[in-house]
Design a protein around this ligand. Structure first.
Ligand code: IPM
Ligand code: MN
Length: 392
């Protein structure tokens, strides 16, 4: 049997409650592929601050990067953001931990698959009749580096200090209170977009799916650049993969007719962040989102929460653990444990088909009338975790 060490970040809010089940499901399912998972806790987030005085303890960061496979429960909690975070903005864990790990490990590709099954159509937030019998696959692949999320230090250094002073422009890290003007400089480099889009095309080719590229090429220079690169690579290197372009605003409208977004969906960091939350909600609930971030060259990977930490549900046994559990399946597939990954996905589907839900997925609305055989059986985090484990 192979052993693989995983850096585990239990995280903030409801993260730890959900991760318990995600880890147990992953560990148990991995045995189907003769893989033994060993979790090494690398604390981060406000939970770590309470203990170590830092949302990103140096040792946690070092070990997590060294291990190279991270199971990340999500960080951030408004309760602390509005107290300690006000005094020490640099400690806010979303940028300090998540973005730092993505940058350090070069996690270029963010996969967020949203799969519609016809038999679970009544759980979605779209009209069930818009889902074809064969289901829908939306494989969101978000470009996870650059864009405006990584601050402005690298480009701001070229703007003379007196110009910044005059315009009231501040570096993100120097912004503390009510500032006059803040600039996030977003830029795309040809080589990183090319690498990203080749990987997205290759995925689409393997999966037999079209590639849908999202941009705002009609008004924004970096998305005009993006569209030209995508078009060229599609034509020259992947002539058999159908390619469509979609402006981000119209893509947003298409979330409600999900079959029109059947394919691999390539999008920039910011667009992908926003659209994938909407896509998960259309599919049923933010709590269903699974997410992985991969460096295609080194294989370093972080299996993320995608949907945040559900801080208002912390300690209440109410958060939906399914997204985290499915993220565990993504981790297994990445580690070559394909039987285990499939077993988790099947177990989740079975639990939902049997009518079990967490509170976020229940409805008293018309879907119940359309599917009178289904009664929501509401479970807590723990009970849903146990049920999925028992179905493995
Ligand atoms: C996500 C999250 C993060 C992001 C935040 C917490 C930095 O919203 O993974 O979607 O925007 O990338
Ligand atoms: Mn997000």
């Amino acid at each position: 049997m192979r052993t693989k060490t995983i850096a585990l970040v239990p995280g903030d809010g409801s993260g730890p409650e959900m991760m318990v089940w995600a880890c147990m499901a992953a560990a148990r399912a991995a045995l189907k592929d003769d893989l033994h998972l060993e979790f090494e806790t690398t604390p981060m987030g406000w939970a770590a601050y309470e203990k170590y005085g830092d949302t990103l303890p140096e040792e946690s960061f070092r070990r997590a990067v060294e291990i190279g496979t991270i199971f990340f429960g999500g960080v951030g909690d408004p309760k602390f953001d509005n107290t300690i975070g006000k005094e020490k903005p640099a400690m806010k864990p979303e940028a300090r931990c998540l973005l730092a790990l993505r940058k350090e490990m070069g996690l270029l590709l963010n996969f967020r698959p949203m799969i519609y099954h016809k038999e679970l159509a009544h759980l979605t937030n779209v009209k069930p009749e818009t889902i074809p019998d064969e289901g829908i696959k939306q494989v969101w692949i978000r470009f996870l580096l650059k864009d405006s999320y990584f601050g402005n230090e690298d480009l701001m250094q070229y703007i003379p200090a007196e110009v910044c002073e005059k315009l009231g422009i501040k570096l993100k890290k120097n912004v503390t209170g009510e500032e006059e003007m803040v600039v996030d400089l977003a830029y795309y480099c040809r080589n990183s977009i090319e690498k990203y889009i080749r990987a997205a095309f290759a995925y689409a080719k393997d999966a037999g799916l079209p590639l849908i590229s999202i941009d705002k090429a009609n008004v924004m220079a970096r998305y005009d650049f993006w569209r030209r690169i995508v078009t060229k690579i599609g034509k020259e290197e992947f002539p058999n993969v159908p390619l469509m372009h979609q402006y981000v605003d119209s893509a947003n409208a298409l979330l409600f007719t999900p079959a029109q977004l059947h394919g691999v969906i390539a999008c920039g960091n910011e667009h992908g962040d926003i659209l994938s939350d909407g896509a998960a909600s259309a599919l049923g609930s933010m709590g269903m989102m699974c997410s992985s971030a991969i460096n295609p060259d080194t294989g370093a990977a972080m299996f993320e929460s995608g949907a945040g930490t559900a801080p208002t549900l912390a300690g209440l046994n109410k958060a939906n653990p399914i997204g985290r559990i499915l993220t565990g399946a993504m981790m297994l597939r990445h580690l070559g444990a394909v039987n285990g990954a499939k077993a988790i996905e099947d177990a989740v589907k079975k639990a939902l088909s049997m009518g079990y839900r967490t509170g976020d997925m229940c409805s008293d609305g018309p879907s119940k009338l359309a599917f009178p055989g289904y009664m929501d059986k509401v479970l807590g985090t723990k009970e849903m975790g146990e049920l999925i484990l028992s179905l493995l």
